[in-house]
Design a protein around this ligand. Structure first.
Ligand code: ACO
Length: 312
């Protein structure tokens, strides 16, 4: 601990200066960033699975091309975020290892199954919509490399959100009654898990106070969740859909949509590894890592050969 340096660091953060990799930073700040950025990167990578499941079954060439591009973007976001984490002195290999041994988390939302084509619409509209709500403020994160990575990621996320909502419009406004019912059924399954993406309520959040002081987070979990509900409910109504929440109502005075109690026991179960697809997702990641060993070995051998040739 070094109170003088810490005070100087906090003054820079308060003055909205960006902290860069070679700057002095408190150990807790570094740890918090590694934890959050790694968890974010893992989420992008694991997040490829639920939608990857539908690429071969997309209903048209246009839908397939858009879905393929989106899933590839997610892989790119993961790579980008691992690189941002590496500026904090950890290696990508270490981070992947921590995902595989369960020491680091990924977003709860990617432990739910994708059962119908409407889920592709819902994921774009709601999951990417929630991601944007959470990530736009991260473009102003005090840590420079993370903030800069988020700018490009948010641009791509907004394309993802639009393509998802457009699927929903097609199903709900132009579609058959069966297609609309499929969209409603998907909304019923996804709504509550999406609200859980924002993390525990403020009274239970362990990291928010510090992260706000360090300007890593700019809003609390509950603040972002409320912003998301306020933005999303009218979009659902435009689609002619209903939300699976009997307590959802507009408070005319505050202008906010009030909503029912989240099932926090479910949230805890899912992040502890016992959601509907946790085992399947982790197995897919382990298999992918093992099946990629020969590629990494070959790339390394090739790089060494080239270097030897250059040095000769
Ligand atoms: N899924 C899994 N774990 C979660 C979730 C969630 N939805 N929400 C919170 N947690 C975990 C936290 O990581 C923390 O556990 P840890 O100490 O082992 O890391 C614990 O629950 C307590 O939560 P908080 O104290 O509120 O944690 P934090 O301040 O980090 O806030 C949040 C959580 C809002 C998710 C934050 O980390 C964040 O903004 N992350 C960046 C965005 C991101 O990761 N998005 C991923 C999904 S979107 C996408 O990839 C398309």
């Amino acid at each position: 601990e070094d109170p003088v340096r810490e005070a100087r660091f906090q003054a820079r953060v308060d003055a909205e200066e960006k902290i860069e990799p070679n700057d002095w930073m408190p150990e807790g700040y570094r740890k918090t960033l590694v934890r959050q950025i790694a968890q974010h990167a893992h989420s992008e990578i694991v997040g490829m699975h639920p939608e990857g499941n539908w690429i071969t079954r997309a209903p048209s060439l246009k839908r397939k091309a858009a879905l393929l591009a989106k899933v590839q973007d997610e892989g790119g976001h993961g790579a980008y975020l691992y690189a941002a984490a590496e500026t904090l002195g950890v290696s990508r290999e270490e981070l992947v290892e921590q995902l595989l041994n369960g020491k680091q988390k990924y977003s709860s939302i990617f432990n739910y199954p994708t059962l119908s084509w409407a889920d592709m619409g819902i994921i774009g509209w709601l999951v990417d919509g929630a991601a944007i709500m959470n990530q736009i403020p991260l473009c102003r994160c005090s840590y420079g490399p993370y903030a800069r990575a988020m700018i490009r990621i948010c641009k791509e996320e907004s394309f993802h959100q639009r393509q998802g909502y457009e699927i929903m419009v097609t199903l709900c406004r132009d579609g058959t009654p069966e297609q609309k019912a499929m969209a409603q059924e998907a909304l019923n399954r996804w709504w509550w898990p999406v609200l859980m993406m924002f993390g525990p309520s403020d009274k239970d959040s362990q990291h928010t106070d510090k992260s706000m002081r360090w300007k890593i987070k700019r809003f609390t979990n509950d603040e972002l969740r409320q912003k998301f509900v306020d933005a999303t409910v009218p979009q659902g109504h435009y689609l002619g859909l209903t939300f699976p929440d009997a307590d959802l109502k507009l408070n005319e005075e505050t202008g906010h949509w009030e909503f029912g109690e989240i099932d926090w026991a479910e949230f805890k179960r899912v992040i502890a590894g016992d959601g509907p697809c946790n085992r399947q997702r982790m197995k897919q990641r382990k298999d992918a890592t093992e099946n990629g060993v020969w590629v990494r070995e070959a790339a390394l051998a090739y790089a060494e050969k080239r270097k030897a040739r250059r040095d000769a």
